[in-house]
Write a protein that binds this ligand. Sequence first.
Ligand SMILES: O=C(O)CCC(=O)C(=O)O
Length: 287
Amino acid sequence: MSRKANVIKVIIAQMPVGHNKEATVAHTLGEVRKAAKANPTAKLAILPESFNCPYGPEHFRKYSESVPNGPTCKALSNLAKELKIYIIGGSIMELDDNKVYNTSTIWGPSGEFIGRHRKIHLFAVDIRKENLGGCTFSEFTELTAGKDITTFEIEGRKFGVGVCHDIRFDELAKIYRMEGTEAMIYPAAFCVCQGPMHLKMLQQARAIDNGMFVGTVCCARDPTPEYVAWGHSMIVDPWGQTIAEAGEKEEVMMVDFDFTKVDEFRKQIPIFNQRRTDLYSLVYKKN
Ligand SMILES: O=C(O)CCC(=O)C(=O)O
C-alpha cells in the first residue's frame, strides 16, 4: 500500500458571484491559477457553493448546465489539468433530464472527472430573529435532491463532499466517517443570519463527532442581493480548533491539512470504536 500523505496543502477560494456567468467563472478560476502558481505544492483547490450562479431559486434553472460536459465543467477540467491539481468545483446548478440539482463536481490532476455530489438535503428555512434580519428561503421549488455520498482520495487521504445545508445533518457526516472519510468539505453559502449563529459551531460539532477536518468554502459578501452571503470560509481541525477563517470579502487562503491530527485524535479519543452498535445503528441505504 502506498504511503499516506501527512500534510496536504489546499487552496480555499472565497469568491464573489456575479450575474455574468462567464465573467464570474473566469475571475474565480484566474484567482485559483494565481494562488496555485504562487504555491506550487498545493494539491487541491476548493470553490464556493453556486459559484457561477447568484444564489436564488429564480436563477437556478437559467444558470444550469450539464455535468460533466457543460462549459463550466470544461473550464474546471482544463484548469485542473493545467495546474495538475485536484479541484472541488464548489457547486453549480446541474441540468439533467429536465431536473436541476445543486451539484459539486470533482476533478483530478489530468483534468479527469472524478465524481459529483448532488446536494442531498435541500435548503429550506423560515427564520425570524431580532437583530439578524431573519431568513426565508427554499430550494424545494426549483431543485431536486441527490441521493449519493461522494468520496475521493488524495495521496491516501479520503475526502468527502457535501453541499452547505448537508452540514446540519450529523447522520450524513457519520456515514462519511463510516466510509473512512478524514476531511469533509462543504462548499457553502450561509447568509448573514445563520452564518454568525451556526457556521463555526456546526463545523466544530461535525469535526469532533467524527475526528476529521471540516471545511466550508463560502461565497464572498455582496450586500446588494436579497440573499446576503456571510463569507467566513473556515477550516476546523479534528480537535475542533479553527485553523483558518476568511473575512467577509473575496479572499484566497492557503491551508495545510495536517492529517497526523486525524490519526492522533482517533487514537487518543477512540469514540468511533466505543459506539454501542449493539444498542443503536445507522444505515446508509445505498441506491
Ligand atoms: O442551513 C443553513 O442555515 C444554511 C444553508 C444554506 O445556505 C444552503 O444550503 O445553501
